[in-house]
Design a protein around this ligand. Structure first.
Ligand code: CU
Length: 160
């Protein structure tokens, strides 16, 4: 009698442990699913947050040009992170104050925030943060590049 009892009990415990194991597996799959999401969601978020790319050309005749626009104007949001891709062509002169640069991409009041970039001949890629104060800013070339240099500028509109 006693042995029978223990056998049935043993069976029961086996069944319950199987059920527990099943539950544990289910839990494991839920945990792995959760982990998968935990890994995917931030990367998708980061991709969505990837900085906007703005392309500009700094021409050989010392002008800033934005593809598809008559006048070079860019509109950005306050504090927006922007990735600039600027193709720079060599002007007629070079400035010893900006060694190795054919032009510069500068905002006079924002130099300390990185807005004074040396443009080398060819493709220049860099990331800048838009000013926190909305308004109109003048982006200038401060590297004396020859005829037209004094007018080598473009507008940046910063919106809220
Ligand atoms: Cu210039």
């Amino acid at each position: 009698m006693e042995t029978k009892k223990t056998r049935t009990e043993g069976c029961r415990t086996q069944i319950t442990s199987l059920a527990r194991l099943g539950r544990r597996y289910q839990l494991a799959s839920w945990v792995s699913l959760f982990l998968l999401f935990a890994m995917i969601v931030p990367s998708v978020y980061t991709l969505a947050q990837a900085p906007r790319v703005i392309q500009i050309t700094a021409t050989h005749d010392n002008k800033f040009k934005v593809p598809g626009q008559k006048e070079p104007v860019i509109t950005v949001k306050a504090n927006e992170v922007i990735k600039f891709q600027i193709t720079a062509q060599k002007g007629t002169e070079t400035d010893p104050k900006y060694p190795g640069c054919v032009h510069s991409f500068s905002v006079k009041g924002l130099k300390d925030q990185g807005w004074d970039v040396c443009l080398k001949e060819g493709m220049n890629q860099f990331v800048l943060v838009a000013p926190s104060k909305p308004g109109e800013y003048l982006i200038e070339c401060l590297s004396k590049c020859g005829k037209g240099h004094d007018d080598m500028n473009m507008k940046m509109i910063v919106t809220q």
